[in-house]
Design a binder for this molecule. Structure first.
Ligand code: NDP
Length: 602
């Protein structure tokens, strides 16, 4: 926690006070409990609008080499890297109607990735693809996901519009039984779980939400049948409509300018303003990124990871607002603790933070003509308390006559939804269409959420095995008692803003584990001792995030204002160092997780 200090400049003391007040305006006693899952009576909000009628098929009862749960970039990359090792039958099981994960679901107007496309899109070296924009539109990214899946031969065995409902280890055959909601019960020698962290759309639990009789949907299920148009705009269906949008996070920032172009009137219901930095998107050529050189994409990605992981790099190849602000992102990194004199470092850090936030607040003032609207759009918290966003079209949208900003901070968000619209204070905003850009439940899918039960040796449930001491893994990937199960994600592993890079490294690691087990005719399973040793490594350098997150305005970064849990949740020295550690381990220590099989391979 920040404490007043005799030598703290007046400006910083005033800022701290303002930040505290703005946080208090927004913290709610119900924390994450304020949200509703898109299930049961709200299941409509999660239905797939892109593949209305899943193809009819008979349930499967066959055997494959590898089952991959999830067909987003994690699952695609795991499948691709495992197939590169010569393993033939890899079956990806995916809830959506095609590959793509978040890029399958999110097709809202204006969708782009705000990480540079040349480092975000994986396997550019292998596929020979060179993105056309510095920040690619969503459809280009979705098509690249499909491209990798096609090139890697993942389509013939893939199951779409299918959710895995349980994973059960069969001791006799030493295979996993994979059950799905389409009646499948097939076997797999290995299972890789790649279910994503922000994959289940969530809704605000606003009283009366079910009473609204106008049209409504979540941004991750955009209803083009209603709005008309495409992600590039042209939403003629909204021409005379009064449209409300709830949420001004990374998604809302991209959607609002597009709605402003096409809708009769747009009401933007804001609770906390985002930081909106310069985007400066531009067309790029292969020459711009040195794509004529073998390994160019690999090198660029490594360079980016170095910089955003707080490592030194000779050059900044991407050179955008993420890398320019990388120093300020360091407080989010487990490696933050490494910085020498903590007090002096934090003091310098706070000054740099204030300078950056002043610059961002000045950007609002310079762009937005109406002073009250400009004031309400200014973010009052430290940089990266909420996920940074980037747009050159968002603030100008508020200078249009058909856009109204409705600040809901004083009422802790929208107070009530009625049949006809949205109530904030004494005002009801009558609407024809209400769009929720309210984000996703963190870690709500997959094996750690409890929604996908995993039974390992002796029918032990994974979450029961972890109930007492918390998760126990080696490197986040494998667990004692759960042979041949490889988990992808950031638990006890490492993370970065460029998450596809993390996923690709994880996929390479998963593929190496499978290849080693295949070569030795062995099972993959760490001993308890190996697991304990890894937990000790994590615990030894466990960062203290509390000092930063506890003062932050609420959001999913700090469990809606409750702070971040301390403890061994991630590798303490950052993603770049973690990748080096994994590469070394694969060379020197892989044998420690290989165990003799007892059953013959079928
Ligand atoms: P977020 O969770 O970031 O934002 C949800 C928004 O809904 C917030 O503005 C929140 O306000 C608002 N909200 C929630 N409840 C209420 C309420 N009752 N009344 C008023 N407002 C409310 O979701 P996003 O979909 O914007 O982004 C999720 C994540 O997806 C991002 O953080 C990012 O990781 C990823 N993403 C990445 C993109 C990319 O380009 N790479 C693009 C888009 C998303 P408050 O802040 O006050 O809680």
């Amino acid at each position: 926690m920040t404490t007043p200090h005799a030598s703290v400049p007046e400006e910083l003391i005033a800022l701290r006070q303002r930040y505290r007040l703005e946080r208090e305006r927004r913290v709610r006693p119900d924390g994450a409990g304020q949200y509703r899952d898109t299930e049961a009576e709200f299941g409509y909000y999660a239905a797939d609008p892109y593949t209305a009628e899943p193809a009819e098929r008979a349930p499967l009862h066959d055997t494959v080499d590898v089952a991959v749960v999830g067909g987003g970039f994690g699952g695609i990359l795991a499948g691709a890297r495992i197939r590169q090792q010569g393993v033939r039958r890899v079956r990806v099981v995916e809830k959506g109607g095609d590959f793509g994960g978040t890029w399958y679901w999110n097709r809202y107007p204006g969708i782009h990735c705000d990480i540079e496309s040349h480092v975000y899109l994986p396997m550019l070296d292998e596929t020979g693809y060179v993105p056309e924009w510095k920040y690619a539109p969503g459809e280009e990214i979705r098509r690249h996901a499909v491209r990798i899946a096609e090139k890697s031969g993942l389509y013939p065995d893939a199951l779409f519009s299918t959710a895995v409902t349980s994973l059960t280890w069969d001791e006799d055959s030493e295979t996993w039984i994979v059950a799905t909601d389409r009646g499948d019960e097939f076997r797999a020698t290995y299972v890789v779980t790649a279910t994503g962290t922000l994959s289940e759309p969530k809704l605000p639990g606003i009283p009366g939400i079910e009473d609204f009789t106008g049209h409504t949907f979540h941004t991750s299920r955009w209803d083009y049948a209603y709005t008309g148009g495409t992600p590039d705009g042209g939403m003629t269906g909204l021409a005379r409509q009064r449209v409300g949008i709830v949420g001004t996070g990374a998604t809302g920032i991209q959607v609002v300018p597009m709605l402003a172009e096409d809708a009769g009137h747009v009401y933007v219901f804001q609770r906390t303003p985002s930081t909106v930095d310069v985007r400066a998107n531009c067309r790029t050529t292969a020459a711009d990124v040195g794509a004529d050189r073998a390994g160019w994409a690999h090198d660029r990605r490594e360079n980016y990871l170095r910089i955003v992981s707080g490592e030194t790099a000779e050059r900044d190849l991407v050179a955008d607002r993420w890398t320019a602000s990388a120093g300020l992102l360091e407080k989010l990194l487990p490696s933050f603790r490494r910085q020498g004199d903590r007090e002096a470092f934090e003091a310098a850090y706070e000054l740099a933070d204030a300078a950056k936030m002043n610059e961002l607040r000045a950007r609002v003032e310079e762009t937005v003509a109406d002073p009250d609207t400009a004031e309400a759009l200014k973010p009052w918290y430290r940089y990266a308390c909420k996920r940074p966003t980037f747009s050159d079209a968002y603030y100008p949208a508020f200078n249009r006559d058909n856009v109204t900003l409705v600040d809901t901070a004083d009422t802790h968000g929208i107070e009530r939804i009625t049949e006809n619209g949205v109530m904030v204070g004494d005002t009801t905003y009558e609407l024809d269409c209400l769009i929720f850009a309210t984000g996703f439940s963190v870690g709500a899918s997959g094996i750690t959420s409890g929604k996908l039960p995993v039974h390992g040796r002796g029918a032990t449930q994974l979450l029961h095995a972890w109930a007492k001491e918390g998760p126990r893994t080696l490197h986040g990937f494998t667990s004692n008692g759960f042979p041949n199960l490889i988990q992808m994600g950031s638990l006890q592993n490492a993370s970065s803003v460029n998450f596809t890079h993390i996923l690709d490294e994880q996929a390479v690691h998963a593929a190496a584990l499978v290849a080693a087990a295949e070569a030795e005719g062995a099972l993959i399973e760490p001993s308890r001792e190996v697991q304990d040793a890894w937990i000790a490594v994590l615990a030894e350098g466990a960062p203290d995030h509390e000092w930063f997150h506890a003062d932050c305005t609420p959001g999913y970064y700090n469990r809606e204002g409750r702070g971040r849990p301390n403890g061994p949740i991630a590798y303490p020295h950052g993603a770049f160092a973690f990748h080096e550690l994994l590469a070394r381990w694969r060379k020197e220590s892989m044998a420690e997780v290989l165990r003799a099989r007892t059953a013959a391979r079928g």
